[in-house]
Design a protein around this ligand. Structure first.
Ligand code: MOS
Length: 703
């Protein structure tokens, strides 16, 4: 029996120091297995067949010829698939998206809707059969047109109220010395993470096991439990390594159809989505059309702020892209109105995508602020500082730290903002016009209830178990540092196991809440464990385990308006002959709580800013009006910024610990993209003197 003496000398200070990823070696050597490559005996492969019509009814699924093809085991469709329960509100407070609850009726609500799963012995056989499968439809006319003036746009309560209103907007606008009233649009955008969605489902000793790539194993387990009317203890979801999520990796058609097939065939079934299938099955950021009206006195102080956002959703699920929400936090005004409205169209359901609401919302609001600064003749940073609110403009709550001004001061210093000539279109370098721009960023800093266990092992090490998801953020490493500090031991004495719903309920890797939610639970368990260990005592072979649950503790967060903030800076060069915009450098300074691991945190923030460049200049999914589907739904047709598009991007932060958080964390997942596109667009105006209110700023729009 191995025994260890407890009461080792506390070693603290891991949090805040750079640490390479604890699973980094496994990832770069290929030892880390992703969901689509974990081997199983007797594995069968499912391939989804998607609708070719944008709206209508399935008349027939011609299964006969396909079942006769080599290796084909089954064809599941609405006529024979297991029935699902979809009448529930899930863990995240929303009903299931019918796009995931596949094969329940003959309705087709959008192009690329899953109509059948063909299962075969090999993926190639399944694919060939799925592509040969004949499905006949009764077509109906479809409507995919999102426009600002649609009468059917209506405010919808999502995670926040659809509408907020105080004061008399029209009166304040009329009395304002300077007014901005503009329409801004952002296009449909896709997550395009590296690893496509993949799941393997199998029944093992009466338990359903799903090996998946997702942003929350207990979330996916909870949804599958409800849909298939199972006992919660009979479902286990694992997701150890994830090649990106960005909001898209929840419950989707691939897991549900894999579970159906595994249930029908009683053997393991894997369903992997192709890149093209992802463009209709895994959510996307809705296009938005936003009207922003700002009115200010000669001093630049806002008298009126009206931010209205309209986004599209599908006919089967209501998703609000809460773009006007950013105005509820950033700026106050004597009259203040915001609304998040939706229009139901014959399109796939949109979903959360990095910086949901704030990413498109900040483009409109922060571009409008820049226009107001121009009209007022006030420096854009100074204008923002003059409009810093004392309390949450809508909530009325005090801020749990609002260090936006500190971000602007530090950013301006490092970027070299002082002495900037505000006149547009005046700096030339050969065929390039040069300009600089800035914008503010914010994102809510919340936490989700989580449970964790920490075990003091007999060999002197510690094991943390938590159903966390490391979607590429470095969460596993951050949690290792947090656990080490809370236990008072070195990081190499701690192993953190994640990605398994059997570890108990935990928050998702989403809403910038993952690391904070999990760190809270781990800290609670680790501190209690440390208290419980008797100095000089021995640890039994099975170790000593303490469990925590943060549900009750999170109430402490409700008393304040809690956000991460940031100041974005961009310098661009615009080619007057081709209309090409090149970003020359970007700087982001953030106030985002205590930074756990500077190495991966910087990567997160730079990644978000890089995506902001991509959003500003490249990304745009375009729907074909005739067919309702996307043109070029792949990474050739959908241009994501490549290395050559991305210059020096620098991210740093100011000291901003959250006073109510045990570790001081706020959250860094999304704030990096917020305001980034506006900073680029504002710089393009500074370079050229032309405002670009429609993203992306393509060369043909610049010329
Ligand atoms: Mo994030 S869009 O909540 O994964």
């Amino acid at each position: 029996m191995t025994t260890a003496t407890t009461g080792v000398t506390p070693i603290t200070g891991a949090v805040g120091t750079a640490h390479t990823r604890v699973e980094g070696r496994a990832k770069v050597t290929g030892a880390a297995r992703y969901a689509g490559e974990i081997p199983f005996a007797e594995l069968a492969h499912g391939w989804l067949a998607l609708s070719t019509v944008a709206r209508g009814r399935i008349l027939s699924v011609e299964t006969g010829p396909v079942l006769a093809m080599p290796g084909v085991l089954a064809v599941l469709h609405h006529g024979n698939a297991p029935r699902l329960d979809t009448d529930y509100i899930g863990m995240l407070g929303v009903p299931p998206d019918p796009t995931a609850a596949v094969f329940q009726n003959d309705r087709v609500p959008h192009a690329g809707w899953p109509v059948a799963l063909v299962v075969a012995e090999t993926p190639e056989q399944a694919r060939e059969a799925a592509e040969a499968l004949v499905v006949t439809y009764e077509r109906e006319p479809h409507d995919i047109e999102l426009t600002a003036g649609r009468p059917d746009a209506h405010p919808v309560d999502g995670h926040m109220p659809g509408m907020t209103e105080k004061g008399d907007i029209e009166a304040e606008l009329a009395a304002s010395a300077h007014v901005v009233d503009e329409e801004y649009t952002t296009p449909e955008e896709h997550h395009a993470m590296m690893e496509p969605h993949a799941a393997t489902a199998l029944w093992d000793g009466g338990r359903l096991e799903v090996v998946d790539s997702n942003q929350g194993t207990t979330w996916v387990a909870d949804e599958l439990t409800r849909m298939f009317s199972l006992d919660p203890s009979a479902v286990r979801v694992r997701s150890e390594h994830i090649g990106g999520g960005f909001g898209s990796k929840g419950v989707r058609a691939h897991q549900v159809s894999a579970v159906m097939a595994a249930t029908v065939l009683q053997r393991p079934v894997r369903v992997v989505l192709t890149r093209r299938q992802m463009f209709s099955l895994t959510g996307y950021r809705s296009p938005t059309t936003q009207r922003v009206r700002l009115g200010a006195g000669t001093d630049g102080r806002l008298r009126a702020l009206d931010h209205r956002s309209v986004n599209q959703t599908s006919t089967v699920w209501e998703f609000v892209e809460p773009s006007a929400g950013v105005a509820r936090v950033m700026y106050d005004a004597d009259a203040h109105r915001t609304s998040n409205e939706v229009v139901r169209l014959d399109v796939p359901s949109p979903t959360w995508m990095r910086g949901p609401g704030e990413a498109p919302g900040s483009f409109a609001l922060e571009a409008a602020l820049d226009e107001l600064a121009e009209r007022c003749g006030i420096d854009p940073i100074e204008l923002r500082l003059r409009n810093e609110p004392e309390r949450g403009p809508v909530s009325g709550l005090p801020f749990a730290g609002r260090n936006l001004a500190a971000c602007f001061r530090e950013g301006a210093r490092r970027f070299g903002w002082a002495g900037r000539d505000p006149r547009p279109g005046t700096r030339r370098e050969g065929r390039w016009l040069l300009g600089t721009g800035t914008a503010a960023a914010s994102f809510p800093a919340g936490a989700l209830p989580s449970t964790a266990s920490v075990t003091a092992e007999a060999d002197g090490t510690h094991t943390v178990r938590i159903a966390a998801a490391d979607i590429g953020t470095g969460a596993r490493t951050a949690l290792t540092l947090v656990a080490a500090d809370a236990l008072g031991v070195a990081t190499d004495r701690v192993r953190v196991r994640i990605g398994d719903s059997d570890f108990g309920p935990a928050g998702i890797a989403g809403g910038s809440m993952g690391t904070r939610s999990w760190a809270w639970a781990i800290t609670a368990a680790a501190r209690e464990l440390r208290d419980r260990l008797v100095p000089g005592g021995t640890i039994p072979p099975e170790g000593i385990t303490v469990r925590s649950d943060t549900t009750a503790a999170l109430g402490a967060l409700a008393q304040k308006e809690r956000h991460s903030f940031g100041a974005q800076f961009a310098e661009v060069a615009v080619d007057v002959t081709t209309g090409e915009v090149r970003v020359r450098r970007m700087l982001g300074i953030f106030a985002a709580g205590r930074i756990v691991n500077p190495l991966t945190a910087r990567g997160q923030l730079v990644g978000g800013m890089t995506w902001g460049i991509s959003m500003a200049l490249h990304e745009e999914a375009v729907r074909d009006r005739a067919f309702g589907s996307l043109y070029g739904p792949d990474l050739a047709g959908y241009h994501v910024a490549g290395h050559a598009d991305v210059p020096e991007v620098e991210a740093d932060w100011v000291d901003d610990p959250d006073p109510e958080d045990p570790v001081g964390i706020k959250g860094i997942g999304e704030v990096g993209i917020v305001g980034a596109a506006a900073a680029v667009a504002n710089a393009v105006w500074h370079a050229t003197g032309v405002r670009h209110r429609n993203l992306p700023i393509r060369p043909d729009r610049v010329l």
